[in-house]
Ligand binder design. Sequence first.
Ligand SMILES: Nc1nc2c(c(=O)[nH]1)N[C@H]1C(S)=C(S)[C@@H](COP(=O)(O)O)O[C@H]1N2
Ligand SMILES: [Mo]
Length: 310
Amino acid sequence: MEKDQPGITPEQIYISRRKFLAGSAALASLSALAACGAPSPSTKEEFCNGAAAMKETDELGYKLTTCENVTSYNNYYEFSYSKTGIADLAKDFPTTPWSVSVGGLAKRPHTWTMEEIRQRFPAQERIYRMRCVEGWAMVIPWLGFPLANLLSEAGPQPAAKFVRFESVFDPAHMPGQRASILNFPYVEGLRMDEAMHPLTILATGLYGKPLPVQDGAPLRLVVPWKYAFKYIKAIVKIDLVAEMPASTWMEASPTEYGFYANVNPDVDHPRWSQANERYIGENGRRPTMLFNGYQEVAKLYEGMDLRKNF
Ligand SMILES: Nc1nc2c(c(=O)[nH]1)N[C@H]1C(S)=C(S)[C@@H](COP(=O)(O)O)O[C@H]1N2
Ligand SMILES: [Mo]
């Protein structure tokens, strides 16, 4: 896969620095795993065979990224820092049984099984652009439901101002968690009004099928106006909290990855411009759109300095 930025990509730069500093045997074996993790054609073909979406483009006429690209070009550091071969590394990852606890400052905390979630919150198709902070993008037909529906069931207490999400910690099945790639479990957060916004969904599938592991099975967040590192995968815990939670990438590199992470062509990453982007499967670059083209969210940030609150 081509590189999007001159040199290596951002999340990778951070990781190679860690790798250099650590130099551990665990990391050596991890890179060996990553190196032989070429995606087996069967994994991809099985999923994409019969995979379908209701439309061919998003509302702006941007073509859907192919199912093959969506399921074979990934960022999932619990498995590897390589973008390819995640499907293979993840093929034995157990996603059943699975439960998600929703609590914190909630009037009705509850631990849901995935079966309960699927039954209580029927999936609808949402075709969204997804922009990675590294400069690449996709258009993905998700299946999911508004996060607001789940949070309303939990009943936020008045003191709840943010939502904190946590991914699964399962080092036995996740080779990246046995190395010092990042501080795991992966953590993300949203402000309450962002979490309640109707565009914000919890995804359970894509291309008409249940989510493949490499794309975040069985449950992942999708916030289409934000950089995709916010789209936390394999969620096991959702807490309503009073204070802004520190996300994994903020902790890893606070000057590069902020809490808001709103897509913005005018707020550059310290090491590269965010003015344009490349859709996977296309050759040219397109101009980046403020809030990734989802202008209806602008009112959430009225009066805020988007350079300071990056
Ligand atoms: N738990 C977890 N969630 C994660 C990541 C990760 O490493 N671990 N990577 C993030 C990043 S950087 C991106 S770009 C997207 C990639 O989603 P995709 O693999 O479905 O394209 O997932 C995000 N969610
Ligand atoms: Mo990313």
